[in-house]
Design a protein around this ligand. Structure first.
Ligand code: ADP
Length: 208
């Protein structure tokens, strides 16, 4: 299964993506982590990526796509992935569909939208602020999300693949709702991972 997680910074995407990937036994592909690995390289590309990231801006679509595409080409991603942080723009979503079609793969099976209000996520971000991240950058990251990424909700809704989850609940409740949603989307299909989801609630808890 190809699963995409969408949500504002601070919605808990990383935690939920990791739990879901573990349950489905597919890789958790976090574009932010892939880009952070590039940003620490002492190369012109590394410095360029870093400058976008520290400012709370998105890296250019071509670059984000290239890095994720390379990851998707790895053998362990053949049965599916949980994508966390990608796509983040409509352009990236279109190009992801093209890449998957070009590889003869099914498209995105489910896009999970973890919803949480601006004030809620900004408060969470304030509480866990990293040293390299000012409050201004946090607000910037939220605004970029709203402007560039939120349109993906309509994009996937139109394709019938969107599922909205209340991200303001406690972490385990969000995990349960996501597992139930993915299970519902798996029924009737031959998706890898569908069987793995039957004991989802317990398996996910055990992973902590
Ligand atoms: P979060 O803290 O919101 O989970 P991420 O780790 O997903 O943030 O991403 C950190 C930064 O990496 C983003 O602010 C952005 O600069 C860059 N980035 C990550 N994914 C993408 C993407 N798909 N397109 C462009 N930039 C991205």
């Amino acid at each position: 299964m190809i699963i995409v997680l969408i949500g504002p910074p601070g919605a808990g995407k990383g935690t939920q993506a990791s739990r879901l990937a573990y349950t489905l036994n597919v890789p958790h592909v976090a574009s932010g982590d892939l880009l952070r690995a590039v940003s620490v390289q002492d190369t012109p590309l590394g410095q360029q990526v870093k400058s976008y990231m520290v400012a709370g801006q998105l890296v250019p679509d071509d670059l984000a796509l290239r890095i994720v595409e390379e990851r998707l080409a790895q053998p362990d991603a053949a049965n599916g992935v949980v994508l966390d942080g990608f796509p983040r723009t409509l352009q990236q979503a279109h190009r992801l569909d093209d890449v998957l079609a070009g590889d003869g793969r099914r498209g995105v099976d489910v896009a999970i939208y973890i919803e949480a209000a601006r004030e809620v996520v900004l408060e969470r971000m304030r509480a866990r602020r990293r040293d390299d991240e000012t409050p201004e950058v946090q607000v910037k990251r939220y605004d970029v999300y709203e402007h560039d990424t939120l349109p993906l909700v309509a994009y996937y809704r139109e394709r019938g693949t969107l599922a909205s989850i209340n991200g303001e609940q406690p972490i385990d409740a969000v995990t349960r709702d996501i597992a139930a949603t993915v299970r519902a989307h798996s029924v009737g299909g031959n998706s890898a991972g569908a069987d793995a989801l039957k004991p989802a609630a317990t398996a996910i808890q055990a992973h902590e």
